[in-house]
Design a protein around this ligand. Structure first.
Ligand SMILES: Cc1ncc(COP(=O)(O)O)c(C=O)c1O
Length: 362
């Protein structure tokens, strides 16, 4: 059988070893006689799974002690509402939120936040991250927080996480890292809140990770639903209501896999190697195009266009025949997109590069 490489943007490829372990443990987890899906979330078996997942994620991202990690439901999009609902409680009426607009996901965040606060789009560009010195931030005392999507999954624009501009001192940075969390080393202490849906680099859809600095807890608006109040969730170790238990279990297996592979620094090295290989093939001549400024090209999501778009269907059919799946670009932007998350081996990227060269007649 042809070897399959899955380039889906999410839900996306998971490590084979993780899927094999989950299959082996499906009917009887560690001699408990139960599947993880059948366990009480408060029982000792699941609590041990939960605690290990929390501890391993904290270790992988070097999350400081004054941050809580929440395992929530609702997906990445729900956070566009939950973050204003959780952070605006102590702000006067008419608070402003600053946004950096770099693509489809930050655009969605901006639209949703407008229901709860005034919105200031401090900079906008969907093919490059605007230079930090040019961001038109709300003047002192500043906005409630500054929101950005540090990897735009559809547009393929990724930040270099270097928030060293002195203007960021005292500002609360909120980052949607859904599609590149755990793929590069970050300094968590630079952020007030980091959030990520799981279905790219973490595990199955249905788990949403929120990493929040302690002093930002307890600032929810009175209308914030209790099940989504970050402080209640944190005080109850993500068990205020039933968390997505099976998803947390798979996420925990992915965290163990990441540690065995050498952790986030190793993932960053591999991501760079994979992205360099793919972009070099796209740049070899003008048969393919990627439209993102080279310094901000995503290492996780690589959108590209055939110069002759009448060949799109033939390209996708040929890819499928070679086991290269889910390369069609997002419907809003067209073209192609190769998502090359942590679980994509370099062999998959090499197979794609070989096909790109073959299709271009090189
Ligand atoms: C960067 C980013 N943010 C948010 C979302 C929305 O996530 P969800 O569908 O889990 O709500 C996605 C989904 O692909 C995403 O890529």
């Amino acid at each position: 059988m042809t070897q399959i490489f899955n380039f889906s943007a999410g839900p996306a490829v998971l490590p084979k070893e993780v899927l094999a372990q989950a299959a082996a443990e499906m009917l009887d987890w560690h001699g408990s006689g139960m599947s993880v899906m059948e366990m009480s979330h408060r029982g000792p078996e699941f609590m041990s799974i939960y605690k290990a997942a929390e501890r391993d994620l904290r270790e992988l991202l070097a999350v400081p002690d004054n941050y809580k990690i929440l395992f929530m439901q609702g997906g990445g999009l729900s956070q566009n509402a939950l973050i204003p609902l959780n952070l605006l409680g102590h702000k006067p009426e008419g608070a402003t939120i600053d946004f950096i607009h770099t693509g489809s996901w930050s655009a969605k965040s901006i639209k949703e936040a407008g229901k709860y606060a005034k919105v200031n789009t401090a900079a906008s560009n969907t093919t490059a991250v605007p230079a930090q010195a040019e961001w038109q931030l709300t003047p002192a005392p500043g906005a409630a927080y500054l929101h950005m999507c540090t990897n735009e999954t559809i547009d393929g624009v990724e930040y270099q996480p270097d928030f060293n501009d002195p203007r960021f001192a005292g500002r609360v940075l909120v980052a949607d890292m859904s599609s590149h969390i755990l793929s590069r080393v970050i300094d968590v202490a630079k952020y007030g809140v980091i959030f990520a849906g799981a279905q790219k680099n973490i595990g199955p859809a249905g788990v949403t990770i929120v990493i929040i600095r302690d002093d930002l807890l307890g600032k929810a608006l009175p209308v914030c639903p209790s099940a989504f109040d970050f402080k209640l969730v944190a005080d109850n170790e993500s068990m205020y209501n039933t968390p997505p238990t099976y998803g947390i279990y798979i996420a925990g297996l992915v965290f163990q896999w990441l540690k065995q592979q050498g952790g986030v620094a190793e993932m960053e090295k591999r991501a760079k190697a994979k992205a360099d290989l793919l972009y070099a093939a796209l740049d070899a001549d003008d048969f393919y195009q990627n439209r993102v400024a080279p310094a901000n090209r995503s290492r996780m999501n690589v959108p590209f266009y055939l110069k002759d778009e009448s060949k799109n269907e033939a390209f996708l059919a040929g890819a499928k025949a070679r086991g290269l799946l889910q390369l069609k670009g997002h419907k809003s932007v067209g073209g192609m997109r190769a998502s090359i998350y942590n679980a994509m081996p370099i062999e998959g990227v090499q197979a794609l590069v070989d096909y790109l060269n073959e299709f271009a007649g090189r």
